[in-house]
Design a protein around this ligand. Structure first.
Ligand SMILES: [Zn+2]
Length: 158
């Protein structure tokens, strides 16, 4: 006893979800658009982590145009959970959060350094009556040395 004849469009193989659940894939199967039969692993992980009936309910509760995104995020979460049973996708989130913290600290230090160099530069210009140019990274360092030498009594400016 194969397919009873409920499907008229000749789609012989059930979707990956119905295949795994060993049930008949109805024509209005909620899984079929997102879990094609040629990607069995995609549903397997989602089923393992969320459970087929929960996924079914979550998709039913969403409007059609949001279901694709919901499936994508569930697949991502499920795959992350299978890879990392302890932290799942929270592992990726907290790693990114740490990177943000490190980069924000670096940015704050760089901004403080820029402010510090501008201050020294301005003091230097007002001491020597020079007009500011737009310094490149290199000339900032040259300036730094010049200021250091000036403070020991020598001057590179005249
Ligand atoms: Zn199906």
């Amino acid at each position: 006893m194969k397919e009873g004849g409920g499907r008229k469009q000749g789609a012989a193989s059930p979707c990956a979800a119905c295949k795994l659940l060993r049930r008949r894939c109805a024509q209005d199967c909620v899984f079929a658009p997102y879990f094609p039969s040629d990607e069995p692993q995609k549903f397997a992980n989602v089923h393992k982590v969320f459970g087929a009936s929960n996924v079914n309910k979550m998709l039913q509760d969403l409007p059609m145009h949001q279901r694709g995104d919901a499936v994508s995020s569930m697949v991502y979460e499920a795959n992350a959970r299978v890879r990392d049973p302890v932290y799942g996708c929270v592992g990726a989130i907290s790693s990114l959060q740490q990177q943000i913290d490190v980069l924000q600290t670096q940015l704050a230090l760089a901004q403080a350094e820029v402010a510090h160099l501008r201050l020294r530069q301005n003091r230097c210009f007002s001491n020597h009556g020079l007009r500011p140019t737009s310094p490149t990274d290199k000339s900032i360092f040259d300036m730094d040395m010049a200021v250091d030498q000036a403070s020991y009594g020598g001057s590179m400016w005249s």
